[in-house]
Design a protein around this ligand. Sequence first.
Ligand SMILES: NC(=O)c1ccc[n+]([C@@H]2O[C@H](COP(=O)([O-])OP(=O)(O)OC[C@H]3O[C@@H](n4cnc5c(N)ncnc54)[C@H](OP(=O)(O)O)[C@@H]3O)[C@@H](O)[C@H]2O)c1
Length: 274
Amino acid sequence: MMYRPIPSTNEPLPVVGLGSWQQFDVGSSASDREPLRQVLTRMHQKGGKLIDASPMYGRAEQVIGDLTTDLRLNSSFFLATKVWTTGKQAGIDQMEDSLRKMRRKTLDLLQIHNLLDWQTHLKTLKDWKQAGKVRYIGVTHYTASAHDQLERIVKTEPIDFVQVNYSIRVRNAEQSLLPAAHEKGVAVLINEPFETGSLFRAVKGRELPAWAAEYGIESWAQFFLKFILANPAVTCVIPGTSNPAHLLDNMGAGFGQFPDQKIQAQMATYLAKL
Ligand SMILES: NC(=O)c1ccc[n+]([C@@H]2O[C@H](COP(=O)([O-])OP(=O)(O)OC[C@H]3O[C@@H](n4cnc5c(N)ncnc54)[C@H](OP(=O)(O)O)[C@@H]3O)[C@@H](O)[C@H]2O)c1
């Protein structure tokens, strides 16, 4: 697995992580949890580290905490979650709850989900970082309409991470937000890399171009993820899956060569012509 540094510390982070929205909101039965156990086991075997959760994702934080602890891998993962509420005390209570559910004394990354009451929570996050309860802090969103505001925060606040949507067909982030993050030394996580799965419907029954093999691309998932990783501002991409075979496929995008910007443009053109 290839690594890229988190700019604020230079800590290396594997370039493919895991999202947990919907996929990890399951009950406690063996049939619900076994595929997710496999997902986490294979992710660890392939060298993946970052798992992104949120209190918005139902039982996901608890399931991640339980399974990583059962597997004795809790401290091997880079656990990221979010605060998603309004008001200072409600935010603190929610973050304490996340620590308990994810079975940690320290979280690796806490992000303000969709910028909800972000000025209030940012103060708390700075305090928590100072106190050592969280190693990194950040903000997230998933729509282009929020990119200007994310960019202002990236330029003016001492955050470590910004998480944003970016994909081969939804490219607004690359105009100004990603360059700003690169310049300010803010790590970038990419959500919805498959446009929540609609990219797979767009290429159903279509062949990969022959030249994709030169970049070690063996599937459409790897095509879409390597397109994103071709952007040097991107630190880690977090595709969501509950399927162990898909997990292995996605981790595969973290190996081999990444396309340069010329090939990245060629990838987008190829897809647009299908
Ligand atoms: N505001 C925010 O902070 C925010 C907003 C949106 C998302 N996020 C984060 O970003 C993560 C990723 O976004 P997302 O989950 O919404 O969408 P996504 O990663 O773009 O797409 C997930 C979909 O793709 C499918 N998939 C995954 N790998 C595949 C593969 N190799 N082959 C075929 N299908 C595959 C999944 O189904 P299977 O389960 O069947 O594989 C699922 O239906 C989320 O899970 C969440 O952690 C954060």
